[in-house]
Design a protein around this ligand. Structure first.
Ligand SMILES: Cc1ncc(COP(=O)(O)O)c(C=O)c1O
Length: 462
């Protein structure tokens, strides 16, 4: 196979700049299309008769110019459209056909029937009139009060005046970063993190710096080192039911993290979308260090992802900036959806729905234990996902492709790697996306068969 090889003979100046310029010209002329993968650095160095370090420098220069982006373990791609292809995280469910274990969503349950009843009630309710207008994202309205009540279920007691509504937690992360950072800033994140964070950061011109974790989550010592050795003053993290590793940071470690944050005047953006799941859980970091923590959550995992209702609890000094970021990015969160969430939270429906999710998650984790039990994997008994390191000699991409060929979609671990973190040879299995447990069982059996190798005689593992 011939690789894209830039002609750089006759060009003056350093070779690495000549390559970067040829990349720019080839993109402009259409020779390199958006999304195209540049040749592996080693191959290009060989083809051009240059040292590997020259090509590495050329790619870094092209990245600095916003022409390409590098993905750990995957290569370098043309375009500023995003550091990772996260389209697989957003697609409709297809009952029948491929079993989907990519999207980390709650089981559908009877949300649509509950919604139908709520809409009927709402159509005759006076509440409708009050929400059919623009509104200022002000203090303590009924929807923010409902958000505060919902956040209270996570262990953080706050008034509605501390809550700002967003269009789900992903939007909450974006506005939190907008409110706490400036373009060019460095943001700390667990070395494996929520994939859209990478796209948000890139769009906001923020750089991510990975912080090491162990089996109990983010390491306070690693956080301290990152704060001492970099200018970063904002941390995004998932202390409860981390995705993809399923780790929950224990209480004493949370207190150490809060201490480190105070020592370095660090702002914490705490993503707590899964925090309603465990029967017992440690207090949010936002309860331990409320003066410097933003808590981002939503009803997506507990009630319904399609409501697109999220809540950000922010300390006084950043709340106005959060409101401004919400106004700028979407005008306002759709009040009709917030009203549905408010009714469910206040009349007990939300508690019943999230209790059902908890039970369903528990049942699906028990199924996973039965089927995958002989392989070492990480999961929480109440979590929605499983993090499965692959035994040698498997590599994630061939495993993902082979699983898909056999009828189950899984997520490669590399999509979670932050910055220069090596791509983990592991996959994430989301157990909630499929409506019925029988399809979860079928999907897990395919995965177990592949891992065990018994169903794959002669399969070539790269
Ligand atoms: C860790 C984490 N944070 C945030 C989100 C976004 O949630 P929402 O659907 O409310 O935007 C997700 C959804 O997959 C998630 O897994």
């Amino acid at each position: 196979m011939t690789i894209w090889t830039p002609r750089i003979t006759g060009r003056a100046g350093p070779r690495y700049l000549a390559i970067a310029e040829r990349i720019a010209e080839s993109i402009a002329s259409g020779d390199l299309a958006d999304g195209a993968r540049l040749p592996p650095q080693r191959d290009l160095a060989h083809a051009l008769g240059l040292s590997l370090s020259t090509v590495t420098r050329a790619y870094a220069e092209a990245e600095r110019r916003g022409l390409v982006y590098g993905e750990v373990g995957r290569g370098t791609y043309v375009g500023g459209s995003g550091p990772a292809d996260i389209s697989m995280l957003f697609h409709p469910r297809t009952d029948g056909g491929m079993i989907d274990m990519t999207m980390n969503l709650p089981a559908p349950g009877d949300g649509s029937a509950i919604l139908a009843r709520t809409l009927t009630r709402l159509s005759q309710s006076a509440a409708l009139e009050t929400i059919l207008d623009y509104r200022s994202i002000g203090d303590g309205d009924a929807h923010a009060e409902a958000g505060a009540a919902w956040i209270g279920r996570l262990g953080l007691e706050i008034p509605g005046s501390e809550v700002v509504l967003t269009i789900g937690a992903q939007h909450g992360i974006m506005v939190s970063l907008m409110a706490t950072s400036r373009p060019g800033d460095l943001i700390l994140a667990e070395c494996l993190s929520y994939p859209p964070l990478k796209q948000i950061a890139q769009r906001l011109n923020l750089k991510l710096h990975p912080v090491d974790m162990d089996g109990h989550g983010l390491l306070p010592e690693a956080l301290d080192t990152a704060c001492r050795t970099t200018p970063a003053r904002v941390l995004y993290c998932m202390p409860t039911l981390h995705s993809p590793t399923a780790a929950t940071i224990p209480d004493d470690r949370r207190r150490q993290i809060a201490k480190v944050a105070r020592r370095h005047d660090l702002t914490i953006i705490e993503d707590d979308v899964f925090g309603f799941l465990p029967e017992a859980r440690p207090l949010p970091l936002s309860a331990i260090a409320p003066e410097r923590s933003l808590l981002v959550t939503s009803v997506s995992k507990s009630l319904a992802p399609w409501l697109r209702v999220g809540y950000v609890r922010a300390p006084d000094n950043v709340r106005d900036a959060i409101r401004a970021a919400v106004h700028m990015s979407c005008g306002m969160q759709p009040p009709l959806m917030a009203e549905i969430a408010r009714q469910w939270i206040s009349d007990g429906t939300a508690d019943r729905m999230s209790a059902w999710q908890r039970e369903e998650a528990k049942a699906r984790q028990a199924i996973a234990r039965r089927i995958l039990g002989r392989f070492p994997y990480h999961a929480d008994p109440f979590g929605l996902h499983v993090w499965l390191p692959l035994p040698e000699p498997w590599r994630t991409e061939p495993f993902r492709m082979e699983a898909e060929r056999r009828g189950v979609k899984v997520l490669s671990g590399d999509i979670f790697a932050v910055g220069k973190t090596p791509a983990p040879q592991a996959i994430r299995l989301a157990l909630g996306r499929e409506a019925g447990q029988e399809r979860v069982i079928a999907g897990l059996k395919i995965v177990a068969g592949l891992l065990g190798g018994r169903e794959s005689p002669g399969l070539s593992v790269v």
